[in-house]
Design a protein around this ligand. Structure first.
Ligand code: TRP
Length: 491
């Protein structure tokens, strides 16, 4: 087999795929909580600063590197310096492991899409989620009991991801993004529009409009804004780099990065108006204080929202399915993006076709995801999530910052970006990437490591040890395995 390089056939395919990769669970269920807990309206200041300082700046690095090299992350780092290849496999392995549990969360959501048509969660959504969906147990023996409905939904999501990723770029990821994202937008507009008509909506959305200026003096608020942007834009996960490497000559990189970053943030801010309004309605009808409702993660989507739909009347039979479909669509476009970078590096090094790589990666991924379909699944998922995001991924991003800012000849990237873009970058960007960004990421990482230490029980420690060993061994193996692609080692 010879190397064939995929290329986007339209600018919109690229931009929508990029927005699809960024808009995910983080935008829908993480952002409202981050916004609420960090000062409401005044949070917009650190948030907007983060979009420019961190978000757009780092996306630009990824675009410039991907576009200049037109190679996969592993090969790019090898080209920069032979010794750096393990860093690439480390990042890719972290991304792959993140995908294994992200698929499970999207799988839970799939179950809720089905339940929402009949409000199948009954009168006690919290008990339903723990007992009927997760079959969660605290005992370690729970790892030996499989939860069939979760297993089936995880399988379906892996199957969908496989089906999209194995296809030619434009027919797979390109086409799916062009269909799902417009649908997602329409659904979110419908939900937000409806939510604003609910009694009590203003209790919710005024929270966004009421700033707490004192929060601005708090370093944690700034870190929360940085963290949200890193998470929500999927920075450092080799996604933007991979997608940009498929761009044809003459693409306007800086302009595209600005569009993607603003669409992603626009989506989460707009969406949170809907979430807050719906929670405001719940406060009015149930008397539960607003601050008790603004949780995040699965608690918000699979417990609080079903409770809201229970009190909502007939409209909930439409809004409920729309809400869970939004999460499903946003999740699927992120899963395929997470997988693409991983598959590209493998297929480029070992000269395996796109289809075969996707098949192998999805099969292995599904096998790992089975752990999350056990009675102990949600507990293990929590540890994976905390360790991989707080510790491993941020470490990877920090390394990428140092590599591209300090080891690689940075001025090359400025030249690549400015060649075709209307908006130009210059010295300021260089200062940001070389100094400000690594410092911010470093503090985020320290905070992340500190948060991760909350999990101190024997099970969490065991999982972390296993993950750490795997994160050392696999990158070494993948680096040492000889490339089948004879051009791989051409620098
Ligand atoms: N940005 C996407 C989201 O908001 C995907 C993503 C980024 C992600 N980082 C992640 C998913 C970490 C899971 C874990 O969901």
């Amino acid at each position: 087999m010879t190397e064939t390089k995929s290329e986007w056939n339209s600018r919109s395919a690229f931009i929508l795929a990029m927005i699809g990769s960024a808009v995910g669970l983080g935008n829908i269920w993480r952002f409202p909580n981050v916004l609420y807990s960090n000062g409401g309206g005044s949070f917009m200041i650190p948030y907007i600063v983060s979009i420019f300082l961190l978000g757009i700046s780092f996306v630009l690095v990824e675009y410039a590197v991907g576009f200049r090299f037109k190679r996969s992350l592993a090969r790019i780092l090898f080209t920069i310096s032979k010794k750096l290849e393990p860093v690439a496999w480390f990042v890719l392995f972290v991304v792959f492991l993140i995908t294994t549990y992200y698929v499970c969360v999207v799988g839970w959501d799939l179950i809720y899409v089905v339940l929402s048509f009949t409000k199948g969660w009954g009168a006690n959504p919290d008990l339903y989620f723990a007992n009927n969906v997760l079959h969660a147990t605290d005992s370690v023996s729970g790892i030996f009991t499989i939860v069939p409905n979760v297993l089936v939904s995880i399988f379906i999501i892996w199957f969908i991801a496989w089906f999209i990723n194995k296809r030619e770029l434009n027919n797979g990821i390109g086409k799916v993004s062009q269909i799902l994202l417009p649908l997602l937008c329409i659904m979110v507009v419908a939900i937000v529009g409806f939510s604003l008509t609910l009694p009590g909506a203003s209790i919710g959305y005024t929270q966004i409009l009421t700033p707490d200026w004192s929060a601005l003096g708090n370093a944690e608020v700034w870190l929360a804004a940085f963290g949200q942007i890193v998470f929500s834009l999927s920075l450092g996960m080799a996604i933007a780099m991979t997608y940009a490497s498929y761009l044809p000559k003459g693409s306007r990189l800086v302009d595209n990065a600005v569009i993607v970053a603003f669409s992603n943030s626009g989506f989460e801010v707009f969406n949170s108006i809907g979430i807050f309004s719906i929670l405001g309605f719940m406060t009015l009808t149930s008397g539960i204080p607003f601050n008790e409702l603004v949780t995040e993660g699965s608690g918000l989507a699979f417990v609080v929202f079903p409770q809201v739909f229970n009190t909502m009347g007939p409209a909930s039979y439409i809004i409920g399915p729309l809400f869970f479909l939004c999460i499903l669509f946003a999740g699927i476009t992120s899963v395929i993006a997470l997988l693409e970078g991983v598959c590209y590096s493998i297929s480029e090094k070992f000269l395996i076709s796109r289809e075969k790589t996707a098949t192998a990666v999805c099969i292995v991924g599904f096998c790992i995801s089975i752990i999350f379909a056990t009675g102990l699944g949600s507990t293990i998922l929590g540890v994976f999530d905390s360790y991989l995001n707080n510790f491993a991924l941020l470490l990877g991003i920090l390394l990428e910052c140092v590599i591209f800012g300090w080891i690689y000849k940075f001025d090359n990237l400025i030249e690549t970006l400015n060649e075709n873009s209307n908006i130009k970058v210059g010295r300021l960007w260089k200062i940001v990437i070389k100094y400000i960004l690594p410092i911010c990421i470093f503090f985020l990482w320290i905070q992340g490591v500190y948060n991760d230490l909350n999990f101190q029980d024997p099970l969490s420690i065991t999982i972390r040890v296993i993950l750490t060993v795997a994160l050392i061994i696999f990158p070494i193996i993948f680096t040492k395995l000889p490339a089948k692609n004879k051009h791989y080692y051409d620098v």
